[in-house]
Design a protein. Sequence first.
Length: 356
Amino acid sequence: MPSEHAIQECLSAVTLPGLSQPLASIANIRMPAEGVCEVVLGFPARSHQQQYEAFLRDSLAAQGLSCEVSVSWEIAAHQASQGIKNMENVRNIIAVASGKGGVGKSTTSVNLALALAAEGARVGLLDADIYGPSVQMMLGVESGVRPKQYGTQYLLPIEAQGIQSMSMAYLVTEKTPMVWRGPMATGALQQLLYQTYWQDLDYLIIDMPPGTGDIQLTLSQKVPVAGAVVVTTPQDIALLDAKKGIEMFAKVSVPVLGVVENMAVHVCSKCGHAEHIFGEGGGEHIARDYAVPMLGALPLSMQIREQADRGAPVVTQAPDSEAAQLYRDMATATAVELARRQRSSAAAPQISISDD
């Protein structure tokens, strides 16, 4: 039988299909018995599980090694920075933000949450846009549905399409304007976040309001955010505001996991002609300038828009479509980057300085 060291060394250097990180940076490799290898990923991978197992066996065989390989995943909990308390029952909080409105941030948030759930994670979605909540509509939750009370101070999240969700829209009517100043809005957000009884979540996706104002700063400074995803379109004005969003997260020490470019290209449904209506390559330029991953580029698609408006997101209602696959790839890239950063942080030496 080949040695454990030889097998682990081989697998550690392997890069799984579709990813760019070596296996050692995103997974634990265990050998509980002779000839048995367990690869425990730091991100959910239900749709790729069998493909990964076959690929790893083939990689070993190419080096003259053999081992029974199984692939599973365990989502590690984010360790909050000093002064911020971790949330119970929530391992990782991911903020989806944009510098301006109208770039498809809420659509990205909803499909990101659903794609992570489809890959085997337990996921929640918080609509932090107090003034213009849209998650209820996009998830197809009927008007008038209200969260039930749990105990004396909690509300139970609304279950929709396999994820837990909470939104101001569940507490008011669709015609009720939130005529609140900043402190009232930030207070309401913290209540929605901390007084919702989230149940054993791997990821809580927060659909942020556009801009870099009170709500964004409060969330970044008082909530244990594991990372942020910045959404933009290719046009120059959106890119300028997206840069402001990245700079804001840098100032409050929230890592940016990457950039998502919406409306990257329009493909005519009649003739198939592809046209970059809002410009080309803007998201890639920002990602390169700030040394963060480009997580995905989504098309300007009538299918995505129509299904979001109907409360039937493309990831769950058309799972075999090209658009759904793009969202799943984006979700995997986000989870992989978070897992890589967490493992890198855990491996870094902890240095303390004292007067002793």
